[in-house]
Design a protein around this ligand. Structure first.
Ligand SMILES: [Zn+2]
Ligand SMILES: [Zn+2]
Length: 209
């Protein structure tokens, strides 16, 4: 079983590594929410969405993710002033980590970034353990993605609390420990820009990008 997983943006300019990588140490979940869809449309990377608009995300402890190359090509985007920090590369617009900030320590990384060289996300982290927010899915919501799975909720809460208690927040790949400020440049969408993305997104997109 691999204990270290590499990640890479599509063009290879930005690379990183996740330590302690295994199916047990992460939550791999497919998120169908309209914010995740909007983010990928904003980046021009709707190719990363599955057929129902889902984003396949591997949630890891912040301290387990380190960028090893191309840090000058990382930037952040918030869909709203208080939204998730959604980090991506500026070279090929690959998402490299969603996070709420240091207070709730997790980083959600798009699974495809782990498909690099001979390595596959499936081989390192196993299959997704669940799917959430299927009410925004495009077409028929995949089974189990609507409603709330208490098993999944429990698993996520236990993981994030465990990371917090075990000091796995720092060093954080996206925030300075002293100031708690973002390490990389950050853009916040205007209300108009956010609204303009809605026709692309589920559950009933008016336009497919
Ligand atoms: Zn989402
Ligand atoms: Zn790139």
């Amino acid at each position: 079983m691999a204990t270290e997983a590499k990640l890479s943006c599509r063009c290879g300019e930005v690379e990183g590594v996740v330590t302690n990588a295994s199916p047990q140490s992460v939550n791999r979940v497919v998120c169908y929410c309209d914010d995740c869809q909007a983010f990928l449309h904003q980046l021009g990377r709707a190719d990363l969405l599955n057929a129902h608009g889902g984003t396949d995300v591997v949630q890891v402890a912040p301290a387990s993710l380190t960028f090893t190359r191309g840090q000058d090509r990382i930037a952040g985007l918030r869909l709203t002033p208080k939204g998730l920090f959604r980090w991506h590369t500026t070279c090929c617009h690959t998402p490299v980590g969603n996070t709420l900030g240091p207070a709730l320590p997790f980083v959600g990384i798009v699974a495809q970034t782990f498909d690099t060289g001979a390595q596959r996300a499936e081989g390192v982290f196993g299959a997704p353990v669940g799917a959430i927010l299927g009410k925004y899915a495009i077409g028929t919501a995949p089974p189990g993605s609507t409603g709330i799975s208490l098993d999944l909720l429990f698993r996520v809460i236990t993981k994030v609390l465990g990371w917090r208690l075990r000091g796995r927040t720092w060093p954080h790949p996206f925030f300075h420990q002293k100031t708690r400020k973002p390490i990389y440049p950050l853009t916040v969408l205007s209300n108009e820009q956010r609204e303009a993305l809605r026709p692309c997104c589920g559950p009933q997109p008016a336009a497919r990008a």
